[in-house]
Design a protein around this ligand. Structure first.
Ligand code: HEC
Ligand code: HEC
Ligand code: HEC
Ligand code: HEC
Ligand code: HEC
Length: 189
């Protein structure tokens, strides 16, 4: 009688013993585990004409700052948590580093020239919701939705482009999912 289930018990014991190995193999095969390069190095780019997104007056690269050097988004976009319009960094924020860093690079020289003449840089807006839409940016950031959920992998973008459609359906899908209001008057003036 007992001889009948002994092989089964042994097989079960073997599976249990091998479980950590099996899990390790499965884990190593998942894309997350494979996608962990030791360090990200932003590529050299010679053909800027083929990049997605509007061309900016200075070739400011998120993949260098937020990617390679891992600067926090909030270092430059410090108003994201308090303002309906997060805004863009001031010249002082840039010059905190670029009085010295990269002084020989042509695009940094443009920045330093503008700083010298006290001229603000006129960044081209990437996102443009129509005037009749109310979008309180800070409420979304405070609800702990990652920047990337709406803006995509900015830390890998040499030039920022619009990632989400920003259509009404896009807003509503998430609001329904998260049980947030879908009243017309919440989003429309
Ligand atoms: C070193 C400063 C700096 C850091 C760090 C930084 N940004 Fe930016 N960001 C800028 C500047 C300058 C612009 C305007 C030029 C441009 O669009 O590239 C900008 C533009 C943007 C825009 C487009 C705004 C528009 O016009 O609609 C988004 C979205 C954005 N940043 C998201 C992020 C996110 C997400 C992170 C973190 C992963 C981040 N930024 C980190 C400086 C920074
Ligand atoms: C915390 C430090 C820091 C801040 C703040 C900072 N940068 Fe940089 N930036 C760097 C570093 C580091 C590099 C890489 C320099 C190199 O490759 O020698 C760089 C590179 C650059 C380059 C050259 C990219 C290339 O290789 O062509 C430009 C242009 C630039 N930054 C613009 C800006 C602007 C505009 C701001 C403000 C919105 C800003 N930076 C804020 C550290 C900073
Ligand atoms: C729920 C979606 C959502 C999240 C999360 C989100 N954003 Fe935005 N963001 C938007 C939309 C939509 C706009 C365009 C708003 C407009 O045109 O009025 C925008 C605009 C911006 C702008 C341009 C602001 C301006 O004044 O032109 C910046 C910079 C920005 N976001 C950065 C960030 C950063 C950094 C984070 C994370 C800390 C973040 N966003 C999180 C949806 C989001
Ligand atoms: C990824 C999810 C997500 C997307 C996309 C999103 N929202 Fe939201 N939204 C939220 C959450 C979560 C809240 C609730 C935050 C809180 O509790 O303060 C919210 C709150 C709001 C509020 C405040 C509602 C109130 O109670 O007064 C408005 C207005 C709003 N969103 C507009 C928009 C618009 C317009 C868009 C599209 C351009 C949009 N949202 C896209 C998740 C999202
Ligand atoms: C969560 C935010 C949100 C809510 C709730 C919402 N809308 Fe919108 N709506 C938007 C956004 C963002 C746009 C602009 C983008 C677009 O046209 O899709 C828009 C655009 C529109 C437009 C213009 C469409 C066009 O083609 O020009 C109309 C009309 C409209 N909404 C009506 C409504 C009505 C009616 C309701 C209530 C039943 C409503 N919306 C609820 C976010 C919202």
């Amino acid at each position: 009688m007992s001889a009948d289930f002994r092989p089964a018990a042994r097989a079960a014991a073997a599976v249990v013993a091998l479980l950590p190995l099996v899990l390790a193999v499965v884990w190593l095969r998942t894309p997350e585990a494979q996608q962990q390069p030791a360090e990200f190095v932003a590529p050299a780019i010679s053909d800027t004409g083929s990049l997605e997104g509007p061309r900016q007056p200075i070739f400011f690269r998120h993949d260098i700052h937020a990617g390679q050097y891992q600067m926090d988004c909030r270092y430059c976009h410090y108003a994201v948590e308090v303002s309906p319009y997060p805004g863009l960094p001031s010249m002082e924020t840039c010059m905190g580093c670029h009085r010295i860093t990269g002084a020989a690079l042509p695009e940094v020289q443009k920045l330093r020239e503008a700083a010298g003449t006290g001229q603000a840089i006129e960044w081209v807006k990437v996102h443009n919701l129509p005037q009749f839409v109310r979008f309180p940016h800070m409420r979304h950031v405070r609800a702990e939705i990652a920047c990337q959920t709406c803006h995509g992998p900015v830390e890998r973008m040499p030039q920022v482009y619009q990632y989400a459609s920003l259509k009404m359906g896009w807003c509503l899908d998430c609001h329904k999912q998260r049980q947030v209001t879908t009243d017309c008057t919440a989003c429309h003036y």
